[in-house]
Design a binder for this molecule. Structure first.
Ligand code: PLZ
Length: 451
């Protein structure tokens, strides 16, 4: 097939056929052309996982410019939770774009920003009085959470954990644990950031309370509670390898923070908005954070982030101290209100639980048959498998990379993650039909069997 024979790009939305369809090798000719232009126009530091030119996406597929339809088990890194072209989001965005694209909320406020703040205040854990401020990205949300906690406490230090990921800005690089590819050569990093050991049951074998004791003891000895503004943690670590802490770890950290006047910040950027089978992962562990940072799934694919916290903490910042040109952009807010309507009223939490049941069952069977899979873990539609060298239990990054590569060649998008690069994570859009999820898992199973 020559490039000129290729039909026009398909439109997204519910009209997109929900099928895996390979009409060329991946990448096809159109995609190869784009990737060549990318290599010449975009710096080498901006990578890509799937070598295609995306042309449409929706339900559970991404369609490329060559006409291939790939099963999407990554949702653009947990962003298109309601789908990449949900009709309610599409309509809300179109309507808002036609009315106005921007005024700057700090210049002329508009209703949708306030409505998103009200929704965040209502939906995040805890029934205390809250305030929310809106930003553009997950990193910006975490960075503002730290600013707010420092202003409230008058203290400088911040604790993050082993395997943490919080972003790529200077402060959030400092909070992020992994050097390659996120930090290496990009320092010096922001000061007063300290790292504590987390709870990683598969590798440390510690109970939740024992892991919490270890972290708290380090914090008390090396930083001192009186110097500590905030503890920042992902309730389930995302990029670090979908690490679910042992029971009791998070509640004990929260208890210690409260006793010592330290602000407990939950980074729910990846776990938030129904992803884990609860509206927020904090609920799964019975914790109520002081501040919750959100982004990704919040706005159906448009850039938006939130910082939601106790009113007295959030209100400590002086007038004009918080903001940004685009924070809470009206188009993103319109999308968020539509997506939040879907999360609340279209059974998204239950859908994530159902997807979690399918993933856990199927991947559990796979792990039972293949000792190269050492652990299956996660919650809801956020499940991962960790590859190991069976004889030693050492991380096997090559196995994860090989399975992910084979799956893509067969038209299934999966993402790897983990400090050791040995984890494949499954983060499908909740709009994926069951038959596509099963077909995607069949392809992954075949790739694991071929290792
Ligand atoms: N906090 C928990 O998962 C973003 C990173 C992709 P931004 N994770 C995807 C990459 O390689 O850049 C993330 C996260 C958690 C913060 C962030 C940062 O969110 O919207 O990418 O800034």
């Amino acid at each position: 097939m020559s490039v000129t024979d290729i039909p026009a790009a398909p439109v997204g939305g519910p009209s997109l056929p929900q099928e895996r369809r390979l009409v060329t090798a991946i990448p096809g000719p159109r995609s190869q052309q784009l990737l060549a232009r990318k290599a010449a126009a975009v710096p080498a530091g901006v990578g890509h996982t799937v070598p295609i030119e995306a042309a449409a996406a929706g339900g559970g597929v991404v369609v490329d410019a060559d006409g291939n339809s790939l099963i999407d088990l990554g949702a653009g890194i947990a962003v298109t939770t309601v789908g990449a072209s949900h009709p309610k989001v599409v309509a809300a965005v179109a309507e808002q774009v036609a009315r106005f694209t921007h005024t700057c909320f700090m210049i002329s406020p508009y209703e949708s920003y306030v409505a998103v703040a009200e929704a965040l205040n209502r939906l995040t854990p805890g029934d205390h009085e809250k305030r929310s401020a809106l930003f553009n990205s997950g990193a910006e949300a975490v960075e503002n959470a730290v600013k707010i906690a420092r202003k409230h406490t008058g203290r400088p230090a911040v604790v993050a954990f082993d395997h943490a990921y919080h972003g790529r800005t200077n402060l959030t690089m400092a909070l992020t644990a992994k050097a390659m590819p996120y930090k290496s050569g990009f320092g010096p990093f922001a000061g007063e950031v300290y790292r504590a050991p987390t709870s990683y049951p598969f590798r440390d074998g510690l109970s939740g309370p024992a892991a919490a004791k270890r972290a708290i003891s380090l914090i008390e000895k090396q930083i001192g509670a009186a110097n500590l503004a905030a503890v920042v943690i992902e309730p389930i670590q995302g990029e670090g390898g979908f690490i679910v802490p042992a029971d009791g770890f998070l509640p004990e950290l929260v208890r210690w923070c409260r006793e010592n006047g330290v602000v407990f910040v939950a980074d729910e950027v990846q776990t938030g908005f129904a992803r884990t089978g609860a509206m927020f992962a904090s609920e799964l562990f019975g914790i109520v954070p002081d501040i919750v940072a959100t982004a990704k799934g919040i706005a159906g694919g448009l850039p938006l982030a939130g910082v939601t916290g106790r009113a007295e903490i959030m209100d400590a910042s002086h007038l004009g101290g918080l903001g940004g040109t685009y924070g809470g952009n009206p188009v993103s807010c319109a999308a968020a209100l539509a997506a939040i309507d879907v999360f609340e009223n279209d059974g998204m939490v239950e859908r994530a639980q159902r997807i979690g049941d399918i993933l856990t069952t199927r991947l559990g069977e796979l792990a039972a048959a293949h000792p190269s899979i050492g652990d299956v873990r996660g919650r809801g539609a956020m499940i991962a498998i960790e590859f190991v060298v069976p004889a030693t239990g050492d991380p096997d990054a090559a196995a994860a990379a090989s399975v992910a590569r084979a799956a893509i060649a067969e038209g299934v998008i999966t993402l790897t993650c983990g400090t050791y690069g040995n984890v494949i994570r499954f983060l499908p859009p909740l709009s994926i039909p069951d038959h596509l999820l099963h077909e995607g898992l069949d392809v992954v199973a075949a790739a694991v069997a071929a290792l």
